[in-house]
Design a protein around this ligand. Structure first.
Ligand code: CP
Length: 339
C-alpha cells in the first residue's frame, strides 16, 4: 500500500456530504456514526502494513507533526510517533517537563510558538479539559486530542472500537457495528476521559453500555449519557459481552476517594471468578496503563483467549495513522478534501 484511498464517492458518506468535514479530531462527540466507521475502515488497511517487515510509506513525506505532551504517556505518545514516521512525516516530540512551559510560558503562547514553526498537525495531551480546543482555536493546522483532562481521548475510543471489531470478526461476527452487544466499563469513571470517549463511540456503534464504579467515582448525571449505572460489580457484569477495566486515576484525585486499594480490589477488581458473571467467552479490555492486582488480576489480563489488551495497543498505531492521514489530506491536496 503506497497511497491512502480517496474518500470521494465512499459509500460511508451520505450523498453530497463532505468526506470528513472536520479540521481537528478533538472528541468522539464531534463525530457522526459514519465518520467513526470510516476512520475504523481506513485504520484496518494500516493494520496490514504494520504487520509487514517493511512498515514505511511516503504518504506524509515533507510534513511536520509535533507531539506536544503536557502529561506522561507511553502508548499514545509512542504510537503517534510511530504512526507519523511510518507515514513518512517528520515527527518531533515536545515534552512539557523539558520545555519553556517550566519557565512560565502559557499554553496559548506555546501554541502560537508551535504554529509559527509551521507544523502540519499538532497532537496534544494536556491535563486540563478543553486545553486541546483552546490550542485548536489558535493554530492553522489540524489538532488531534491525545487526551485532555477528564474530557475526551478520542483516538483511544476509536482504537478500542477497532480492537473490539477485529476480535468479534475473528469469532465469526459479521456485523460492522456493535448492535446487540453489552459492554461494561468499570473503574474510576469520574476522572476518565477514556470512559467518556468509549461511551460515546460504543453507543454510536449500537452497543448498550453499562458503567460501574464506587459512588464516589461515578459522575453525577451519568444516566443522561444513556448508560446504565451500577455500584455492584457482579450485577454490572451479569451477562455482559465485554468487561472494560479502568485504573484509579490518583493523579486527578484531590482527597481520598476509596478506603484502600485492597478494598477496591475486593469490590471492583476483575478476577477470574468474577469474570464468570459475564457472558461465556466475554472479552476483557483495558486501555492501559494497568495496575495489576488493583482493578484487574494478571490471571485475567493475560488470558490469551479473552483478553484483547495487547491488540488494543496494536490497533492504536493503525488508528493514529488513519487519523493523521485523513486530517492532513486537505493540506496534501488530496482530491475531494477541503484544505
Ligand atoms: N491509554 C493511554 O492513553 O495510555 P498512555 O497514558 O500510556 O498513553
Amino acid at each position: 500500500m503506497t497511497d491512502a484511498p480517496s474518500s470521494a464517492g465512499d459509500s460511508r458518506f451520505p450523498a453530497g456530504r463532505l468526506a470528513f468535514p472536520h479540521r481537528d479530531l478533538l472528541g468522539i462527540a464531534q463525530l457522526e456514526r459514519h465518520e467513526i466507521l470510516y476512520l475504523l475502515d481506513q485504520a484496518e488497511q494500516w493494520v496490514e502494513l504494520n504487520r509487514q517487515s517493511t512498515k514505511h510509506v511516503g504518504l506524509l513525506g515533507g510534513l511536520t507533526i509535533i507531539n506536544a505532551f503536557f502529561e506522561n504517556s507511553t502508548r499514545t505518545l509512542l504510537s503517534f510517533e510511530i504512526a507519523g514516521k511510518r507515514l513518512g512525516a517528520d515527527v518531533v516530540n515536545m515534552h512539557a517537563a523539558q520545555s519553556s512551559v517550566k519557565k512560565g510560558e502559557t499554553l496559548i503562547d506555546t501554541a502560537i510558538t508551535l504554529n509559527a514553526m509551521r507544523a502540519d498537525a499538532i497532537v496534544i495531551r494536556h491535563g486540563s479539559s478543553g486545553a486541546t480546543r483552546l490550542i485548536a482555536d489558535k493554530v492553522d493546522c489540524p489538532v488531534l486530542n491525545a487526551g485532555d483532562g477528564s474530557h475526551e481521548h478520542p483516538t483511544q475510543g476509536l482504537l478500542d472500537a477497532l480492537a473490539l471489531r477485529e476480535a468479534l470478526k475473528k469469532r465469526g461476527h459479521t456485523s460492522e457495528d456493535f448492535t446487540g452487544l453489552t459492554v461494561t466499563i468499570c473503574g474510576d469513571i469520574l476522572h476518565s476521559r477514556v470512559a467518556r470517549s468509549n461511551i460515546l463511540c460504543l453507543q454510536a456503534m449500537g452497543a448498550q453500555v453499562r458503567a460501574c464504579a464506587p459512588p464516589a467515582l461515578m459522575p453525577v448525571g451519568i444516566d443522561a449519557m444513556g448508560v446504565e449505572a451500577f455500584h455492584d460489580f457482579d450485577a454490572a457484569l451479569g451477562g455482559t459481552d465485554v468487561a472494560m477495566m479502568l485504573r484509579l486515576q490518583s493523579e486527578r484525585m484531590s482527597g481520598q476517594f476509596i478506603p484502600s486499594a485492597r478494598e477496591y480490589h475486593h469490590l471492583y477488581g476483575l478476577t477470574k471468578k468474577r469474570l464468570d458473571c459475564a457472558a461465556p467467552d466475554a472479552l476483557v479490555m483495558h486501555p492501559g496503563p494497568m495496575n495489576r492486582g488493583v482493578e484487574i488480576d494478571s490471571e485475567v489480563a493475560d488470558m490469551i483467549d479473552r483478553s484483547i489488551i495487547t491488540q488494543q495497543v496494536e490497533m492504536g498505531v493503525a488508528i493514529r495513522m488513519a487519523s493523521l492521514d485523513i486530517l492532513t489530506r486537505g493540506a496534501r491536496g488530496v482530491e475531494g478534501w477541503a484544505a
